[in-house]
Every structure is written in C-alpha cells, then in structure tokens.
Design a protein around this ligand. Structure first.
Ligand code: ADP
Ligand code: MG
Length: 626
C-alpha cells in the first residue's frame, strides 16, 4: 500500500524515539535509579544481607520477565518458573567446579565436565536454552487464549518439574545441584542484568510487537481487523519472556547456591504471581514495585516465622495460650495479600500506567513527553482505480438457522454502497464474513481479483479491508494515539517510529481527535470512540472500508459532522465504502447505491431512487419508509 504523506524524512537514531520509546526509556532509567538508591540505602543502613539484596534483584528481573508476557497479553502464565529452572540448571552446568560436577553430574559430556566458566558467560547458554524451551512451548501457547492458555502454562510447569526430577543425568534429580559458586553473582553482574532486563522489557513493550500484543489483550477481534497476526504476536512475546526468565533463573541459582526441582515449582510460581498482581501486572513499573514489596514482606515473614517457631510450645499471656508451631505463615500471608489487593484494587497498585506516564513526571519532562507532530498535512493515500470488492452468493448458517443467504454485490473505488435492512436482517453478519471475522458457509469473496474467501481476518486487513464494529471495539486501555498506531505499524512497517507517529497524529487530526491523543481509547466520549474506530480503520490504508452503524448513538450534529467527514475522505482517498446505517437521511446523502437485506435475504439492490420505490422494501420497513 502506498502512503502519500511521509512528511518527516527523519532518519538516524532520532527517528527511534517516538513518544512510547521516550516514555519507556525514561521509565526504565528512573526505575533503575530507584533500585540503585534502594540497594545503596539498604546496604548503608545494613537493613539486609548482600545475599538477600541479590535475591531481591533476581525477583525483580523475574517479575519483569513474567510481566513482559502476562502484562502485554493479559494471560497470567503459571509456567514461567519452568524457564527459570532451565536457566538455573544450564548455567550451573558451566559454573560448577569440575570436581563437584564429576560427583553430581558424572554422566555429562566431557566438554561440560571440564568447563568452568564465569557466570557472565554461563548466562548465555542459559538464555539460549530458555529461548529454545520458549519456542517449543510457544507452538502450543500461540494457539491458546484466556483460561486455556493459563492451564496450558501450568501444564508446562508440571512437565518441566517432572523432567527436572527425572532427567538425573542433567539435574541430579531430587538430590539437587549444590555448591554453586555464589561468589560468581557479583554486583556488577547483578546490576548489568537488571539494566538489561529493564531495557529489553521496556523496548519490547514500546515496539510494534508490544503494541500489537496489547491490542490483542484489549480486543482480539479488533486487533485482527487491523491486521495483527494474533498467533505470531503471542508466540514472540512468549519466547522473549521465556528467554529473559531463564536469565533470571541463572542468577537465582547463583544467589542461593542450589538448583533443586522444588525451587522451581509451586512456591516460586505463587510468589511471582503475588508480586505482579500486587504491583499491577499490566505495567512493568507495577511488576517491579511488586517484586520489591513482596521480597521485603517475604523476608519479614520468614523472620516472624522463625521467632514464632522458637516460641512453639511455650506458654504466653500468663499461661493462657500455648503457642502453636507456625506452619506456612508466608503462604498464608501471601494469599491474604493477593485477596486483599484483588478486592480493593484489582488492577494492582500501579494499574496500567508506567512510571513516565505519571502526572508528576509528565509535568517535569513537559514537551519531551509529547507526541511528535509536524505540519498540518492532510493524510492521503491512493487507492488503485482498478480495486474491486465483490460478494458472490454469500451465505452464513448457524446450525440450521440461516443468518444470511445468497447475497451478491460489488463495490468499486470511491463508491459508497448502503447496506440497509431491519434489525436481525443479517447486515453485521455480512460484514463479519467479508472481513474474515466469520467464515462463509457458502459463496465467495473476491478482493482485487483474488479469491479471498478463505483468508484470515488479519490477511484481509493487510490486503485492503478496513472495518468498524457495530458494538464499538477499541483498544480501551491503549491511548487514542496507540489505537491508530497499531494500524500504522501494520500498514507501513518500514516507516521510522517518529514518522509513524506523525502519520497517526495526522489521522487523528483528520477525525478531530488530536486533542485526545494521550487519553485512553476507552475513556473517550461515545461519538469520539466511533470516530476513533474509523481513524484506526483508515490508518490501515484500506481499499475498502466497511462501516457497521457508525452513527449509532450519535446526536444530530455529530451525525452531520460524521457525514461530512466521510464524504470528504472518500472523495480524497477514493476508497470504496459499504455503509450499514439506520439513519436514513445520512444514507440518502452519502450512498450511490443501496442493497437491502431482510431476514438474511437480499431483497433489492440498485440506485437509491429505484430501491426506495421497491414494494418489497417498503413492506420490509412497514411504518418506516426508507
Ligand atoms: P443485523 O446486523 O442486520 O441487525 P445480524 O447480522 O447481527 O443482523 O444478525 C442476523 C441474524 O443472525 C439475527 O437473527 C441474529 O440473531 C443471528 N445471529 C447472529 N449471530 C449469531 C450467532 N453467533 N449464533 C446464532 N445466531 C446468530
Ligand atoms: Mg448489526
């Protein structure tokens, strides 16, 4: 698809820093600074041992890795600790001193037997192993969503736990690998790992991949309608987060000096889930905060458990109570914390936003945190004159019920065809079939001369079909700008980030939404949401635009404004439009031709003046003459 407006020929490194990149970089930097200050303070005031501080750092990295997947896809993974374990074992193969390896892992290949690497290098095979395990499990995960994805991830946890126990040659089974060189986990390595984890997770969240994953989380049907390949997106975010989790595992094993199957199972999983839920798993800032809080709470509880344990059997309160032996205080308190947070603040302490999106930081950094926007150029792309969309005898059955049958018509470039009919006539079904949201039961779809009947929704979107939904489907938690950028990323993947942002801002201006650029899509007023859906569909640079009741719920002046906008855009761009609308004055003013459906059947089609006089049409609309 050709885009006529790329008005910022900015190249080089500056073109990388669109608003989201700048926000992410700033958040990562500030979080790193905060962690450094906390660590320095804890060390200076001797609040915790260096070992404990390092465990806290590892928790932070693990929470970021888990948050990368769970936060951007919305699927809480219960399986990530498996990758943590893989990283731990694989790094231990290389760092254990050969004499101990000869004892614990006598059947390992000679090359590994004899190696004794620094942990700096041993994390590399750990990351690679995590990556491979991520790819392997990713083939299953990418097909699953919601609860089934959560359960599958739990399945992986169990499978890998059993493998850690069973594959004794590599893990020494339940006897564990011990005497890992804990001095290998130096402060420079720990801090480098935190910086890497922050940069990688924030960079992925700021990338087109991250934005696509978030769009899927908010609304999969809408994401597919703007060309997001759901399975692929899911897969790569999973793999990236698995690799990072393995890095965390490598460090973890060297913070405690042991790698044993039970360290990589339910307790660790639960602790990590508590961390990211408490902080707010949709935000990396939330995950980081949760990791810090829960590490502190966990340590306090451990102390409490020990002191209470010492009291066990003793009489307190003047002999009134005999102290029982405490058991599972940590798990109990974690459960209480998670229930309390879910009850009081289900989105977690931080919620959706990142550190750099906080009001104070925005004010401090002012213009640096505004979207790139240059000029007032109109957005124009050219739809080829020969483009053509046609439905041929299209039908859709639900069981024995026929929601739509034998619908045939064509749309050319620059043409607006009205699709009208009473409620339940099958109009939305038609659009859903045409855009790949539903598969046709019979008939065929042709797009620009190609048979597109079997194409998936994202393929159709990538090849020229834009749409809106009758019941608005925005990416509610993404900013208005990001809603449109999701499409721009798909339509023009080669565009630099800043140019993509400028283009998206131009689309927002086109639909009078630019002043809302940074507001969440879901927080806009109803009429604005409808226009945002249209902006998002247009930013895909479609040849054909299928609008399902775009004026529904709008007042008269909004409807009139929308009518003018549509007329103007279609004239300039020359895309073909199929317009479903109940507002008859709008239909009459905009449409060149009408197609009328009733009870799933096409009862009339042709120029507006002819269709209006058709007796069948008048009958279908008893009382509401079209
Ligand atoms: P319209 O958009 O013209 O109001 P729809 O296309 O939404 O109509 O619906 C056409 C018919 O198909 C309606 O009778 C509706 O109840 C039925 N229908 C829609 N979706 C389903 C479904 N998933 N299962 C069964 N029937 C459905
Ligand atoms: Mg409908």
């Amino acid at each position: 698809m050709v885009s006529g407006v790329h008005n910022t020929p900015s190249g080089g490194w500056a073109s990388w820093f669109d608003l989201r990149s700048r926000e992410s970089l700033l958040s990562a930097f500030l979080l790193f600074a905060i962690v450094c200050v906390l660590l320095a303070a804890a060390a200076y005031f001797e609040l915790a041992s260096p070992r404990l501080l390092k465990i806290g750092c590892v928790n932070l990295i693990a929470a970021l890795a888990l948050g990368l997947f769970s936060g951007s896809t919305g699927v809480l993974s219960l399986g990530h600790v498996a990758f943590f374990g893989i990283g731990a074992y694989v790094s231990a193969w290389f760092t254990l001193i050969p004499a101990i390896k000869g004892m614990l892992l006598p059947d390992m290949p000679v090359f590994i037997q004899q190696s004794q690497w620094s942990l700096w290098f041993a994390v590399i095979p750990a990351i690679i192993a995590g990556l491979l395990a991520g790819v392997l499990t990713g083939f299953v995960m990418r097909r699953l969503r919601d609860t089934s994805a959560v359960i599958a991830s739990f399945g992986f946890l169990v499978i890998f736990y059993l493998l850690f126990i069973g594959l004794k040659i590599f893990t020494n089974g339940k006897q564990s690998l011990y005497a890992l060189p804990i001095d290998q986990l130096s402060w420079p390595l720990t801090m480098t790992a935190i910086a890497t984890a922050l940069l990688v997770t924030f960079a992925i969240r700021a990338s087109a991949l991250g934005r696509a994953a978030e769009s899927l989380r908010d609304n999969e049907a809408a994401a597919r309608s703007v060309g997001v390949d759901a399975d692929r997106t899911f897969f790569w975010v999973w793999v990236a987060s698995a690799a990072l989790m393995a890095m965390a595992g490598a460090l973890f094993a060297h913070s405690i000096g042991i790698a044993s199957p039970s360290s990589f199972y339910l307790d660790k999983t639960f602790a990590l889930i508590v961390m990211i839920i408490v902080g707010g798993y949709r935000s990396l800032t939330g995950c980081a905060l949760g990791a810090v809080l829960i590490t502190i709470v966990e340590e306090l509880l451990k102390h409490a458990e020990e002191s209470l344990g010492a009291l066990a059997g003793q009489q307190v309160l003047g002999g009134l109570i005999e102290m029982p032996r405490v058991f599972g205080l940590t798990a109990l308190c974690f459960s209480a914390i998670i229930l309390l947070v879910l009850y009081l603040r289900p989105e977690g302490v931080i919620g959706y936003r990142e550190l750099a999106q906080a009001g104070l930081i925005r004010r401090l950094f002012g213009r640096w945190l505004e979207p790139a926007s240059k000029g007032e150029e109109q957005v124009i792309y050219s739809v080829p004159k020969e483009s053509e969309l046609s439905a041929q005898s299209l039908g859709k059955n639900y069981g024995y019920f026929s929601a739509m049958s034998d619908v045939s018509f064509e749309v050319g470039p620059g043409e607006i065809v009205g699709l009208i009919g009473p409620n339940g006539a099958g109009k939305s079904t038609f659009i859903n079939v045409m855009t790949g949201n539903l598969f046709a039961s019979s008939g065929a779809i042709f797009l620009n001369g190609e048979n597109a009947t079997q194409w998936s929704a994202h393929d159709l979107a990538r090849r020229g079909m834009g749409r809106t939904f009758q019941n608005i489907r925005l990416f509610a938690s993404l900013s208005t700008l990001d809603n449109v950028l999701t499409s721009v990323n798909v339509a023009s993947p080669k565009l630099s980030r800043v140019d993509a942002e400028v283009l998206a801002m131009n689309w927002l201006r086109e639909l009078n939404l630019d002043q809302h650029a940074l507001e969440a899509g879901g927080s806009l007023a109803y009429g604005d949401q409808r226009r945002l859906e249209i902006a998002r569909a247009l930013a895909l640079e479609p040849h054909f635009l299928l609008l399902d009741e775009p004026a529904a719920g709008m007042n008269d002046s909004e409807t009139h404004q929308l009518q003018q906008l549509l007329k103007d855009i279609v004239q300039r761009i020359g895309c073909g439009v199929i317009l479903i609308e109940h507002d008859m004055p709008m239909v009459m003013a905009l449409c060149d031709r009408l197609v009328v459906l009733n009870k799933g059947e096409q009862i009339a089609s042709g120029p507006v003046a002819d269709v209006r006089k058709d007796p069948q049409v008048i009958e279908a609309y008893i009382g509401e003459s079209p």
